[in-house]
Write a protein that binds this ligand. Structure first.
Ligand code: UD1
Length: 356
């Protein structure tokens, strides 16, 4: 593939967790938008193949540091080698809801420590523009749907959710202390799918926790059948409803956020919050039907008990992102599922099939 046109002056953006699922898709969109992504990732939850996949799409291997962003000395090393980093997109965090319930220390330690280190790094190096990877989980059980950014943060359903809430409060307190930061916190709904090229996608380690990778692995015959976690919720068909968003759309939201931050001439510290979702909720059964339609396969499934900590229904009011960032989701659910399915089917060829 021809390398993409290189902009005369590419702005460098540090991307922690840039080899992860959302991180890698964002690295691709950053490069396509003319930025120069610099990845820092400890590869604890990502596969080295991702870098090749990114290269196949953007035409060059992104600058990558195999490091843990909690280590300030390592970050200092990056600053020495790149004194022209203009922004930070901070993904690096653990994200498994169930695991966080069992291992809260691991989650608090990693997710909160990394916020502190990257913030110190930004302050030390005069980097103002920060995009923080947050989640709709900060809303807990919302009173009103669709949920807007004005909704109060209710009690989080898991330690993972709490670390995202604390992350937002942490940045808010830094802003109150007049630390020179301009932060946008993106509250993601449920990312699914893969880059349309099928060169990168989600690579869950072991048995997937999330719905769509479990579905695609079941479709591929790696799992016997999907268990639907409860059909007795007070939702239209009794199964939980979520706002599933294509990961490339989600990646684009980071470009919109960064562009807003980098063009902001004001020096006043601030933080803003944006929901990044489609505005449309789908039930688990609707997702199964949509997958069956795009794959042409029937998906074996059974109804099981509810999963602890699941919110019955949540979907976004994404109107603020459209108004202030000029961003909205472009892919529909069938496109997202078909990209997820295409990616799943490429894994054997890439030798990346995970059967744990
Ligand atoms: C949760 C978090 C989200 C976080 C994500 C990361 C909330 C509201 N959302 O998403 O912020 O980024 O985890 O892991 O806390 N399901 C089944 N069978 C399965 C798997 C899932 O029926 O085998 C159902 C679940 O009950 C849920 C839906 O599918 O209703 C989506 O589940 P999942 O993909 O795990 O995402 P969330 O739990 O919504």
């Amino acid at each position: 593939m021809e390398p993409l046109k290189v902009h005369k002056q590419k702005l460098k953006i540090l991307v922690t967790g840039g080899a992860g699922y959302i991180g890698s898709h964002t690295v691709v969109e950053l490069a396509k938008a003319g930025f120069e992504p610099v990845i820092v990732d400890d590869f604890s939850n990502s596969h080295p193949y991702v870098l090749q996949g990114i290269e196949k799409i953007i035409g060059y291997e992104p600058i990558t540091y195999h490091m843990n962003c909690r280590n300030l000395d390592d970050l200092d090393q990056i600053a020495k080698e790149h004194d022209d980093i203009k922004g930070l997109v901070h993904f690096a965090a653990y994200k498994l809801v169930g695991e966080s319930v069992k291992e809260p220390i691991k989650y608090y330690e990693n997710n909160l420590d990394s916020n502190i280190s990257v913030t110190k790094f930004c302050l030390k190096n005069g980097i103002r523009s920060v995009v923080f990877s947050s989640s709709c989980t900060v809303y807990g059980l919302p009173d009103k749907l669709p949920v807007s950014e004005a909704a109060p943060l209710k009690e989080a359903e898991s330690p993972y959710g709490r670390t995202k809430q604390i992350g937002e409060y942490f940045f808010e307190d830094c802003i109150k202390a007049l630390h020179p930061l301009n932060v946008i916190s993106l509250r993601y709904f449920n990312p699914i799918g893969a880059d349309p090229s099928s060169e990168i996608g989600e690579l869950p380690i072991g048995i997937p926790n999330n719905l769509v990778p479990y579905i695609t692995q079941t479709g591929a015959g790696l799992r016997e059948l999907l268990t639907v976690f409860g059909d007795d919720y007070s939702t239209p068909d009794g199964t939980c409803v979520r706002d599933y968003i294509h990961v490339s759309d989600l990646a684009q939201a980071h470009i919109a956020a960064l562009s807003k931050l980098l063009s902001d001439q004001s020096t006043e510290p601030k933080i803003e919050y944006f929901n990044i979702g489609t505005g449309r909720g789908y039930s688990v059964l609707e997702i199964i039907r949509a997958f069956e339609k795009v794959s042409g396969k029937s998906l074996p499934h059974v109804i099981g008990p509810r999963r602890k900590g699941d919110v019955p229904m949540i979907y976004a009011d994404p109107s603020k992102a459209l108004k202030d960032l000029g961003w909205r989701a472009e892919y529909n659910i069938e496109e997202a599922l078909s990209h997820a399915w295409k990616w799943e089917q490429r894994l054997p060829e890439l030798n990346l099939k995970q059967t744990g």
